[in-house]
Design a protein around this ligand. Structure first.
Ligand SMILES: Cc1cc2nc3c(=O)[nH]c(=O)nc-3n(C[C@H](O)[C@H](O)[C@H](O)COP(=O)(O)OP(=O)(O)OC[C@H]3O[C@@H](n4cnc5c(N)ncnc54)[C@H](O)[C@@H]3O)c2cc1C
Ligand code: SF4
Length: 502
C-alpha cells in the first residue's frame, strides 16, 4: 500500500527517519508550502524565502535520488493552506492510506499531528541527545546545568577527549574567549551565494505575498542547498574558526559577523549535520590549525547549548512558553521593529536584524535581550519577536534561549543567573558607545546610558528574589549600600526612561 511521506521545511535531510523508513519505489514524498506555516508568526521575509527556496532545492535533490516527490507551492490555487489539509489531499490524490512523518520541532505541530488519522510519527534522530533520555536525566538532576550535560555529550561522542579526560586538561576554555572586538581589518566575511532561478522565483513570490512582514528581502545571499551550506561551513573552518573563540563575545558596528560561523539556519533546516561539523572542527585542532579555545568553544555551542536547549524545550512542555517568573508585563517597544531609538547598540542590532535576519549570540543576549530583561518587557512578546526576526528561529531552539537564557523567565531552570549588564559591559565588548547619544560613563541624569539606569532599577525591583542567588547577592548588597537619596535619584531617572517607552 502506498504511503505519504511528509517532509517539513526544517527536515531537509536525506537520512531523515521518515525517508529511511519509506520505500522509494512505492511511497510518495509530500512537501507543501502552506499559509499556516508562513504566517503563524510574521516571519522575516528573508526567513520565509530561505525556507521555501531550500525546500524547493531539496525536492529537486530527492527527485534526482529517485524519489517520487509531490510538491505543493504556496500559490497553487487548490492549496488548502494547512499541513493537515495537504496531507489529506495528497492521500486522496495518490490513493494512500497511511502517512509517515518525522516528529516536528515544536509543540504546536506535534499536538496537531497527534490528531491526524493513520499517521506514524518517527523520532527526529538528527541530534546527539535523545529528547526522552534528556528528560530522564534532567528529572534526576539536582541543580541541572548545561555544563554537566555538555560533559556527558563530550563523553558520548568522544569529541575532544583523551581517553576519559578532556583534551587540553580542561572541559571549558571560556575564560580565554572574552576578548573585545579587534579592528575590522582582516576579519572574515561569510560565504555569499547568488540566487539561482529557483531562488529568484521564491524571492518574487515572497515579495508579492508578504509585503508587510518585517525585514529586507534583498540582498539575499544565503545558501539554499546542502552543497552550498557545506561550502559555507568549510569557508568558516578556513577563515573564521581560528579566532572564533577569542572574539566570540565581541561586537563591532561595521562588522556584523566577526568570526561567527553563520550556519545556524543551515543546521536548523537540516542542511548540515551537527556531529560531522564538530568532527571537522576537532580535526582542525588536532592538525594544529586552530587553538583549542576556538575548537572547544564551537563544539560546546553545538553539542552543548544547542542540544541542551532542545532537551529543555521538550522536557518542559508547551507551558514553558508562558513562563514569567519575574512578572514582566511591559509591551515590546516599537523600536524592536523600527530601530528608531537613540540607543546606538540597540539601533545597530535591530538594523542588522532587519537587513540580515541575523545577529550573533551576544547581540541577541546582551543587547536586545539584556534591554528587554532590564526594562521588564513581557517575555512571551519578546519570544514572538525572536521567533519572527531571525532566519535560524525555530521554536525548539529559540524559545528556551529567550525564555530561559535571556529573560530568566523560568526562574533559573536554564541559566544560573539573569544575564543583565550595565552599559559598561557593552562598552567593553563593542564600539557602539562611541557613536551614541547617551554617555556610557554617566550613571544618572538625562545623558545617562539607559542600561546603567535600568540595571539598578532591575536589581531594586527583584532584590527579594536575587538575594537568594549567590551570583547576584553582591549586586543587591551594593544597591542597599547606596544612600536613600541616590536610590531615589536612580529610581526617578529609570522611571522617566521607562515612561518614555510608552
Ligand atoms: C534570545 C536568543 C534567541 C536565540 N534564538 C535562536 C534561534 O532561534 N535559533 C538558533 O539557532 N539559535 C538561537 N540563539 C542562539 C545563538 O544566538 C545562535 O545560534 C547564533 O547566534 C547563530 O549564529 P552562528 O551560526 O553564527 O553561531 P556561532 O556563534 O558560530 O555558533 C555555532 C553554532 O552553535 C550553535 N549555538 C550557539 N549558541 C547556541 C545557543 N545558545 N543555543 C543553541 N544553539 C547555539 C548554533 O547552531 C550556531 O550555529 C538564540 C540566542 C538568544 C540569546
Ligand atoms: S551608551 Fe548605553 S545605550 Fe549607548 S551604545 Fe553604549 S550601552 Fe548602548
Amino acid at each position: 500500500m502506498k504511503r505519504i511521506v511528509l517532509v517539513l521545511g526544517d527536515q531537509l535531510t536525506p537520512t531523515l527517519s521518515s525517508l529511511r523508513a519509506a520505500d522509494r519505489s512505492n511511497d510518495v514524498v509530500l512537501m507543501a508550502e502552506v499559509a499556516t506555516e508562513t504566517t503563524y508568526i510574521r516571519h522575516h521575509k528573508k526567513k520565509i524565502a530561505l525556507v521555501l527556496a531550500a525546500m524547493r532545492h531539496f525536492a529537486a535533490e530527492l527527485r534526482e535520488a529517485g524519489w517520487h516527490v509531490d510538491y505543493v507551492t504556496l500559490r497553487d490555487p487548490v492549496n488548502s493552506g494547512s499541513l493537515c489539509g495537504e496531507v489529506r489531499r495528497a492521500c486522496a490524490r495518490h490513493g494512500a492510506a497511511h502517512v509517515l512523518a518525522t516528529e516536528p520541532g515544536e509543540w504546536r505541530l506535534m499536538r496537531d499531528m497527534a490528531q491526524w488519522p493513520s499517521t506514524t510519527v518517527l523520532p527526529d534522530d538528527r541530534f546527539v541527545a535523545d529528547r526522552h533520555g534528556f528528560a530522564t536525566w534532567a528529572e534526576k538532576c539536582t541543580g541541572m546545568r548545561m555544563e554537566h550535560f555538555y560533559r556527558l555529550m563530550r563523553r558520548k561522542t568522544g569529541l575532544l577527549m583523551e581517553g576519559n579526560q578532556p583534551a587540553g586538561s580542561r572541559w571549558n576554555f571560556d575564560h580565554d574567549n572574552r576578548n573585545p572586538a579587534p579592528g575590522p581589518l582582516g576579519l572574515p566575511q561569510p560565504l555569499r551565494f547568488e540566487p539561482d532561478a529557483i531562488t529568484r522565483e521564491v524571492l518574487e513570490m515572497v515579495a508579492a505575498c508578504f509585503p508587510d512582514h518585517f525585514g529586507d528581502l534583498t540582498p539575499f545571499w544565503f545558501a539554499v542547498t546542502r552543497a552550498g551550506a557545506e561550502a559555507a561551513f568549510v569557508h568558516f573552518l578556513r577563515h573564521g574558526l581560528h579566532d572564533f573563540g577569542r572574539y566570540q563575545d565581541a561586537m563591532l558596528s561595521g562588522h556584523r559577523f566577526l568570526c561567527h560561523s553563520v550556519v545556524s539556519a543551515y543546521l536548523n533546516l537540516g542542511l548540515l549535520d551537527p556531529l560531522a561539523m564538530c568532527r571537522a572542527v576537532e580535526i582542525e585542532w588536532r592538525a594544529g590549525r586552530v587553538p583549542i579555545n576556538s575548537a572547544e568553544g564551537f563544539i560546546r555551542q553545538v553539542i552543548g547549548w544547542r542540544e541542551f536547549v532542545r532537551g529543555v524545550y521538550w522536557w518542559r512542555g508547551p507551558d514553558y512558553a508562558h513562563s514569567n517568573e519575574l512578572d514582566a508585563h511591559r509591551p515590546l517597544p516599537a523600536f524592536y521593529w523600527s530601530a528608531d531609538t537613540p540607543m546606538h547598540c540597540v539601533r545597530a542590532c535591530v538594523t542588522q536584524t532587519r537587513e540580515e535576519a541575523y545577529a550573533h549570540h551576544i547581540q541577541r543576549l546582551m543587547v536586545t535581550g539584556n534591554f528587554a530583561l532590564l526594562a521588564g518587557i513581557n517575555p512571551h512578546a519578546l519570544h514572538e519577536w525572536y521567533l519572527a526576526v531571525y532566519a535560524d528561529a525555530f521554536e525548539w531552539v529559540e524559545l528556551p534561549n529567550t525564555i530561559g537564557m535571556s529573560q530568566f523567565a523560568d526562574g533559573g531552570l536554564l541559566a544560573s543567573k539573569p544575564y543583565v549588564a550595565s552599559g559598561a559591559y557593552i562598552h567593553r565588548m563593542s564600539d557602539y558607545c562611541v557613536a551614541c547619544t547617551y554617555d556610557v560613563r554617566a550613571k544618572e541624569g538625562p545623558k545617562a546610558c539607559p542600561f546603567n539606569l535600568l540595571y539598578w532599577h532591575f536589581i531594586a525591583r527583584h532584590a527579594d528574589q536575587l538575594r537568594h542567588n549567590p551570583r547576584m547577592v553582591q549586586m543587591v548588597r551594593t544597591w542597599e549600600r547606596f544612600t536613600p537619596e541616590k536610590q531615589a535619584r536612580l529610581t526617578r531617572d529609570a522611571g522617566h526612561f521607562l515612561a518614555s517607552l510608552g
